[in-house]
Design a protein around this ligand. Structure first.
Ligand code: SAH
Length: 263
């Protein structure tokens, strides 16, 4: 496990005090990489005040305009959520999820995403993730304060580190690196376009097709080699579609030529 390979990503945080609270929660547990996606107010006095002696974590925080930028180079992304979503994703509690993150962090860049105070992460943001993490709570009130949710996740990582019984990494024996988020995103765009080209996907009525395909590939986790093979298949498919199109037109006129005359 390498805590330096695990980043905490806060999306559109409203209250700078929460950002400070998160920095403190992280430093207490030995994490240091904080990413802030379009925070409402940062830097801010309240953030520094709540961070107490974790001002260095705030100073080193990376502020980005979009979530994509914050996780482009990550190979394992976890989204935290207080409630279930329409299309369920693989869901784990903080303890089992910490094991997956610890294992991946030996060789990969890992991100844990935390949402807005008022409405959490959007479905679209959650669909960028390999796994969803839910902190078990009372059914009466499931939404924790942002910094407290970060505390629970970082604590579980700390416990694994201190126990010294780290799960063997499933990934460092693998023969190719796992695909990064930005390469996965390029693949999804390519896949979507190809499905439109072959008329499997109707852009006017896409339904949940791309969401389900994203879930499929996130669950499997492609390595870069597998990703290249799939991209190659898509490129060839598109070539054939393009080749078929002019023939269709001439085919149509050819078919006309061969239409038997009724008289
Ligand atoms: N009202 C929002 C919750 C926002 S709480 C909603 O219904 O989604 C702010 C953030 O703290 C959440 O986006 C999530 O990242 C984290 N969080 C709060 N409670 C959580 C829980 N029980 N499990 C996992 N993450 C939680």
């Amino acid at each position: 496990m390498n805590l330096d390979n695990i980043r905490i990503v806060l999306v559109n945080t409203s209250h700078p005090g929460n950002i400070g609270g998160v920095a403190r929660a992280m430093k207490n547990m030995g994490l240091s990489r904080l990413y802030l996606v379009a925070p409402r107010q940062f830097p801010d006095e309240q953030a520094s005040w709540r961070a107490a002696s974790a001002g260095d974590v705030l100073d080193a925080a990376v502020v980005t305009a979009t979530l994509d930028e914050a996780i482009a180079d990550c190979q394992f992304v976890v989204g935290t959520s207080a409630r279930g979503r329409r299309i369920p994703w693989p869901l784990q509690d903080p303890r089992s999820c910490a094991r997956r993150m610890a294992s991946a962090s030996a060789t990969e860049q890992v991100a844990v995403l935390f949402g807005r105070e008022d409405r959490g992460l959007t479905n679209e943001e959650l669909q960028l993730c390999n796994l969803h993490l839910n902190i078990p709570t009372s059914a009466d009130y499931s939404s924790l304060n942002l910094a407290m949710a970060v505390q629970v996740v970082c604590y579980e990582l700390r416990m694994l580190l201190d126990a010294g019984q780290l799960p063997a990494s499933e990934d460092d024996e693998w023969d190719a690196p796992f695909a990064t988020r930005d390469n996965m995103e390029r693949f999804y765009q390519h896949l979507e376009q190809t499905l439109v080209d072959v008329e499997f996907l109707d852009p006017a009525a896409p339904r949940q097709l791309m969401t389900r395909l994203r879930r499929l590939y996130s669950r499997v986790r492609l390595d870069e080699m597998e990703l290249n093979i799939l991209r190659g298949i898509l490129t060839e498919t598109q070539k054939w579609v393009r080749k078929a199109q002019p023939q269709d037109v001439s085919g149509a006129s050819g078919a006309e030529d061969y239409t038997p005359k009724t008289k």
